[in-house]
Design a protein around this ligand. Sequence first.
Ligand code: S3P
Length: 432
Amino acid sequence: MPVVSLSPIRAISGRLAVPGDKSISHRYVLLGALASGRTTMRHLAPGADVRASLGCIAALGATVLRSPDGIVRVDGWGDTGPTPPAGPLDCLNSGTTMRLLAGLLAGFPISATLIGDASLSSRPMRRIMDPLQAMGARVAADDGRAPVTVTGGRLRAITWTPAAASAQIKSAILLAGLQADGRTTVVEPAATRDHTERAFPVFGLSCVVDDVRVSVDGGQRATSPAGILDVPGDPSTAAVWAALAASLPGSQVELTGVALNPRRLGFVAALRRMGATVTLTDTQVLGGEPVGTISVAYGNCADTVIAPDEVPGLIDELPVLAACAAHGRRLEVRGAGELRVKESDRISALVAGLRALGVTAHEYPDGFVVDGRAGRPGGGHADAVHDHRLVMAFAVVALGSTGPASINSADAIAVSYPGFWNDLITLRVPTA
Ligand code: S3P
């Protein structure tokens, strides 16, 4: 259970190209497996989550070739379809792998069992089982938790309104819809990240988007894109440095090559309301995604409330926004009950860790409040409960604390951002 000890720093400063986006990487890898031809990808997300997706598609008959220069090539199964795997498919800690893969496999006449680690095995899967069963797939899991066994076959199109605003549910249904008879439609309760919809045309697939209604016709064939597919930088990773810069007076960072997808940028609006100066520049389009630079400078502290309708646009950034609030602001979040079914119960584990570091924080059933107005946290020992986003959030608290701090199960950071500690060394301005 590796523990990381951190001493306070003065500020962060400099320029950083953040690693590739995890959500987009999963989609390119899974669509690359489905496609006929070779998909060549650069700058895939570096962590264990995307490795899980690559491992699963390899076990299903796609060929995965990695070069030392970081380029990953996938030869998809194309018209032959996936081959029955020799054993269970290990999705490790990755909910995106498990849910999207279940949808991808639902239309093929093979059986596969999807397994995961203790965290993933406790997360709700009925949310994808119900629509996939309604389409005609057989999907079995005890108590709606992994292991999940998918036995695919001929699918009928459905129109589905998920109970939760979740891009994973939407994407599982759309991927299954590619093999269904007719037009499958998802009507989202609130707009979620649209990386699947943006990735489809890159692989020669079409879908129709009308606000929160997304439809896909069955019987389409995916083809690999020509040339190299570049994955833009991960805004959730950029958000960690943005929150740290907004926490430490004198900080100024430029985060380059970041996916500036509007459905991922809720944290930018929140940080601005909290007093930081945040600018977005150099936008270009890469593989259907807007990409550019996020510049952040510390600004005077202000309090804010995150409303329920903002939550889908910053769901993964709530822990680092809470950490930023610990340095001088009050932040209240409601309508974020989905946080309880992430890699950990991110409401109770976040609040417990913040308190352990000397921060005033309270839970609501569907959110939390952090009050950092009394002064800098004193430090202490926080448990990240094997959750990568909590490791980074507690690091943001610790680095601006008045005393030393340590974080338990800090190795979980390898799920999404194994280079975090090295990048911290590059950006930090040590105390005098
Ligand atoms: C993701 C969607 C979100 C997010 C997760 C990645 C995706 O989950 O929290 O980290 O890649 O589709 P939900 O769809 O469950 O909200």
